[in-house]
Design a protein around this ligand. Structure first.
Ligand code: SIN
Length: 289
């Protein structure tokens, strides 16, 4: 059911998460009152979407700064004219896309990013949708026994195996090497609670992801992997997800602490060009703390 605020309306994309916001023209300017409502929708829906926004890179940056400090991505190729914007691009003749595996952005940082603002500049005629999954729904559906066990556990996250030299052999084969780089900067290791208390909503959320989580703290890799794999499969159940179909001018803002996302790679032979700005977050606390 559509939620009416004073200056915006939000239509849910699925019962679990996602809301499309109408009544906003970012290029024309967003008042403080309207921004407060957008922010509330972001907390309520975990990922919010806008349609038909015609914004310049400067307007994208200005809007992003309303949310917090910009966290410049170390590894994605930057937009040449605006180096604080990361480019998420796949050319018609390229095979691999960025973000094809389910993940949440920047969990390898000690203070992980709050969210990301993705803006569609060029989209394929069909395909190229993004899937999102709710980590609140994933947590809520765990058994009491597993919730209890996970509530005292931490997990180790890293950027090394994804963006470091070790990842590069594969990258060059699948042509991502031209769009990702700076392997020497892939030195981030962090430890986060497996079940966090979301810093804005106060709700417990599952916080491990297939790209960046390496293992549970004080567990071996071999011990960790079966439980991690179970949690990833659990978190991707259809009922916990929504699917967003992009058009030129669409924008998504997702909460990295409450969601995972996955960019579908089903549009070979066509170009897709997105601009992404990621916003700083805060240190994460265990839900049980
Ligand atoms: C990403 O993982 O940030 C990319 C998402 C997308 O291109 O849809």
């Amino acid at each position: 059911m559509t939620t009416k605020f004073e200056t915006i309306e939000v239509s849910p994309l699925s019962p679990a998460l996602g809301g499309t916001i109408s009544g906003v023209d970012i290029a024309a300017g967003v008042s403080d009152e309207q921004f407060a409502e957008i922010r509330q929708a972001f907390i309520d829906y975990s990922v919010i979407f806008f349609r038909d926004q015609q914004i310049t890179p400067d307007q994208h940056i200005e809007f992003a700064r309303r949310w917090g400090e910009i966290n410049v991505n170390r590894f994605f190729q930057a937009v040449e004219s605006h180096p604080i914007i990361a480019e998420v691009r796949k050319e018609a003749d390229q095979k691999a896309n960025i973000g094809a595996e389910w993940h949440t952005d920047h969990s390898y940082d000690e203070v992980p990013a709050m969210g990301s603002i993705l803006y569609a500049r060029e989209v394929p005629t069909v395909g190229g949708d993004t899937l999102f999954a709710s980590m609140y729904a994933a947590y809520d559906a765990l058994s009491d026994g597993l919730k209890q066990m996970l509530s005292t556990m931490n997990a180790e996250h890293s950027s090394r195996h994804v963006f470091g030299e070790v990842a590069y052999g594969d990258r060059d084969l699948d042509d991502l090497g031209s769009r990702l780089g700076n392997t020497d900067a892939a030195t981030q290791d962090s430890i986060h609670p497996v079940i966090i208390r979301h810093p804005l909503s106060g709700r417990p959320a599952l916080y491990v992801n297939g790209d960046f989580t390496v293992k549970f703290e004080n567990w071996t890799q071999e011990e960790s992997q079966p439980l991690l794999d179970y949690l990833y499969a659990h978190a991707r159940q259809n009922e916990f997800t929504c699917r967003f179909h992009w058009q030129q001018g669409s924008m998504a803002i997702w909460d990295n602490r409450a969601t995972h996302h996955c960019a579908l790679n089903d549009y070979h032979g066509e170009r897709r060009l997105m601009h992404r700005i990621t916003i700083d977050g805060v240190g994460l606390q265990a839900a049980a703390a």
